[in-house]
Write a protein that binds this ligand. Structure first.
Ligand code: NDP
Length: 495
């Protein structure tokens, strides 16, 4: 029984271009069904290339001639703080949009919206500390200054798994830097982005600074990658979409920020507190139904405790409350869609065919209104199985045993991705040695999925390029310019 009712009709949103809310040029509409209930919950325009080109032109105009890049950082900060307050004031409403469109539990969605407001506040404050440098040690003749300038117009392409939170990890930093932006949210989960545009408009953001176009990636995302009027594109999504951005940038040499996939190891050493580690691993593999780029997807356990640990973990996983996203007690909601659920189940079936053993889970749950999969633990897996190499993006974890520290590190790094890793041990020096040797943008020791806007995030290897959040998250959207000033009469080169 749901504690919040489903909407009687889908909520209708509009795109936001040049300070106007619009249905777009095609007149076509995209309808999103809640993946937890299979009922229509939201609609927005099915944008086309011409909509994207209009949005790009508006963002270019706002950057080249508008007030936003030229105003004092303190003024930009004041507006971003105001937006943070508006997000908090509308957290229930945005949380519901997010839960209905993604299938994530309502309590989790609400937590993400409130955490997003906190990220906006961090970026607002950080706007005022962005600065350049001066070189006063170049001799009597010259003084050099290094100016940090906004990079320009940014194309911001976001995925469906954390639509509002991922936006918060990028958009306020882009705005704090003084840039203007065209956002292309996932075609399936655009509602919270478009609702944010309404809040930005109400807060008094100058026209054209933020624009949002909705529709399919090939139709409205690719024009952002291809445009010569855009200075940088930030893509959060699959490695395949990252590759498309790299290919497009070969033609126009724009800067890229890429936050892509992961295949994140959890290394459990024999001396770890096994109860804490089991709880942490269960959380990291099942959070957001496993559709989390930094979630746990490979478990490496030191052999003497492997059987004991997998038994503890399976007992935890079996107690995870999977169900109706609108029930406040639910811990894990629905997967994003039917095709995605079938892909996740396919990895399990293929693993079993190749010799893996299901310790718990392994199938859909009994809720057949939506796309729910039981948290699944597999043993007897090998490092070369697809389920241990490819991003599954579902609540599925394969477990392997290791014998030595070096073997654990080798297995952890035997992967094309390098997004995150978690290390469980009570030996601090072992934890630090492992943290140094694991190739990942984020490492957690005796914890996992901890986060805060103060620290940078991003990936190594094929997990991406660049960093978001922290001060690095603003600097990412700036350019350095060096100015040399002559302080002496010129010694002529030609007499
Ligand atoms: P996709 O790569 O399928 O999509 C991401 C975005 O790119 C969507 O808005 C999509 O549009 C758009 N897109 C698709 N094709 C193009 C194109 N030709 N030009 C421009 N844009 C395009 O990823 P998902 O949405 O499926 O998200 C899941 C993926 O995101 C996972 O691989 C996950 O690991 C990764 N991710 C990484 C994070 C990180 O920080 N490293 C954080 C969160 C997720 P549309 O789908 O509407 O067609």
């Amino acid at each position: 029984m749901a504690s919040i009712s489903l909407p009687a009709a889908p909520r209708r949103f509009k795109m936001y271009i040049g300070g106007q809310f619009t249905d777009g040029l095609s007149g076509e509409v995209c309808t999103r069904h809640s993946p937890g209930h299979s009922v229509p919950v939201a609609q927005w325009p099915q944008g086309c290339e011409a909509d994207a080109l209009q949005a790009i032109a508006q963002a270019r105009q706002a950057f080249d001639h508008g007030p936003w890049p030229r105003m004092a950082a303190g003024e930009r900060a004041a507006l971003l703080f105001k937006v943070a307050g508006l997000i908090e004031a509308h957290a229930q409403e945005i949380g519901l949009i997010e839960s209905l469109e993604t299938g994530k539990p309502i309590t989790q969605a609400l937590g993400e919206i409130r955490a997003a407001a906190d990220v906006w506040r961090f970026a607002a404050g950080a706007a005022r500390v962005v600065k350049g440098d001066a070189h006063n040690n170049l001799g009597d003749r010259v003084l050099a200054m290094v100016l940090r300038e906004p990079i320009g117009v940014v194309g911001l392409i976001t995925p469906w798994n954390f639509p509002f939170f991922i936006l918060a990890e990028r958009l306020p930093f882009i705005l704090a830097a003084g840039c203007t932006v065209v956002i292309k949210p996932s075609e399936a989960t655009s509602g919270s982005t478009l609702r944010l545009c309404e809040l930005l408009h109400g807060a008094g953001l100058p026209c054209g600074v933020v624009n949002a176009v909705t529709g399919l990636g090939d139709a409205v995302g690719q024009p952002l990658l291809d445009s010569g009027l855009i200075d940088m594109v930030s893509v959060t999504g699959s490695t395949g979409t990252g590759r498309k951005a790299i290919l497009a940038s070969a033609g126009n040499i724009k800067k890229l920020g890429l936050e892509l996939g992961g295949k994140n190891p959890h290394i459990v050493f024999a001396d770890a507190c096994l109860d804490d580690a089991a709880d942490g691993v269960a959380f990291a593999m099942a959070f957001n139904a496993g559709q989390c780029c930094v979630g746990a997807s490979r478990l490496l356990v030191e052999r003497p405790v492997a059987a004991e640990f997998t038994a503890k973990l399976a007992a935890k996983m079996a107690r995870i409350r999977v169900g109706d996203p609108l029930d406040a007690q639910t811990q894990v909601g629905a997967l994003f869609g039917q095709a995605h659920m079938e892909k996740v189940l396919g990895f399990i079936e293929q693993g079993v065919r190749m010799g893996a053993h299901i310790v718990c889970g392994g199938a859909r749950t009994d809720h057949r209104d939506g796309y729910f999969v039981q948290p699944t633990l597999l043993t007897d897996v090998r490092a070369d199985m697809p389920l241990m190499r490819e991003e599954i993006f579902g609540p599925v974890l394969g477990a392997m045993a290791f014998d030595t520290f070096d073997e654990a590190i080798r297995l952890a790094n035997d992967c094309e991705f390098g997004l995150s890793a978690s290390i469980w041990t009570q030996d601090l020096s072992r934890a630090l040695r492992a943290s140094r040797q694991v190739r990942a943008g984020r490492v957690w020791v005796n914890t996992t999925l901890d986060n805060g806007p103060e620290t940078p995030l991003g990936g190594m290897k094929q997990s991406g390029l660049g960093r978001e959040t922290g001060l690095a998250g603003i600097e990412e959207y700036t350019e350095l310019k060096t100015v040399h000033v002559n302080l002496q009469p010129r010694t002529h080169w030609i007499d």
